[in-house]
Design a protein around this ligand. Structure first.
Ligand code: GLP
Length: 260
């Protein structure tokens, strides 16, 4: 696990965007795993800027989002379909036919989940999975006690996650159920890049990076991943005991090992 501590949230999100842009530069038809939430808004803002100002094209890219709420329409402002439109898709040249989100409105949810897994396989697997982390340590919507081998499936949200995500639903109810890629699905991505900033994430970040591998902290499964990069600001890093070591690693990283 590579831990990169950066001074500000802006630098965290820019670093993630540059890593994604570097991949697309090397592989224009890359398969991206995408995330939603406040932490990744800045990543999309920077990708949109690179598209507008530096001609970064997503035309040949394929995307798979991590998750979606069950029981709301795709055009509900709280849906992740709506989030992706608002923050990314409508600003860039992504081919909508290759932009996938879980079909949480399907009549047959298990069939839609199995199809999602097949679609990822058919696209050649995910080259880079962008991730945020929930304050309870979830990735995607894999809540604590999710199987570390799980695949795309329906999940029930914890009350902590529903409270954290309340703002997107105004006065309406926050959905109880979601479809999410599983932890096993996420671990198959060839690279994972997780962004976190702010002191509200410090505990989850410390448990993910330095705590035991446990289903109680789904993000700790990234300890098993051969190429996971954790991008954090100073506040989100504040409970890491090996901060000095992570900084030393970054300062002395061979140039050939750096992201483009
Ligand atoms: C949601 C998403 C996750 C995201 C998490 C953190 O639950 N399903 O993918 O990582 O929230 O969100 P935020 O970045 O808004 O704190």
């Amino acid at each position: 696990m590579e831990v990169v501590i950066l001074p500000t949230p802006l630098e965290v999100t820019r670093h993630a965007a540059r890593t994604m842009a570097g991949l697309i530069g090397a592989k224009p038809d890359a398969v991206l795993g995408l995330a939603t939430g406040a932490s990744v808004r800045g990543v999309y803002a920077e990708l949109v800027r690179l598209h507008r100002e530096e001609a970064l094209s997503f035309h040949h890219v394929t995307t798979f989002n991590l998750d979606e709420y069950v029981g709301i329409r795709r055009d509900h402002p709280g849906s992740y379909h709506a989030f992706m439109e608002e923050h990314f898709f409508r600003h860039v040249d992504v081919d909508r036919a290759r932009a996938h989100l879980p079909a949480a409105d399907a009549a047959d949810i298990p069939a839609a989940c199995a199809q999602y897994e097949r679609d990822i396989q058919a696209a050649g697997g995910i080259d880079l999975q962008l991730l945020g982390i929930g304050s309870d340590g979830h990735i995607g919507f894999n809540e604590p006690t999710s199987s570390l081998a799980s695949r795309t499936r329906i999940k029930t949200l914890t009350s902590i996650t529903r409270a954290d995500n309340r703002a997107a639903f105004g006065d309406g109810p926050v959905p109880l159920h979601v479809i999410t890629m599983g932890i096993g699905t996420i671990l198959e991505a060839r690279r994972c890049v997780l962004v976190a900033f702010g002191s509200s994430k410090a505990n989850a970040v410390a448990r993910m990076v330095e705590g035991p591998l446990t289903a109680m902290v789904p993000a700790s499964a990234l300890q098993l991943h051969p190429h996971a990069t954790i991008l954090v600001d100073e506040e989100a890093a504040e409970r890491l005991t090996l901060q000095d070591y992570y900084r030393t690693v970054q300062r002395n990283k061979p140039s050939w090992q750096r992201d483009r």
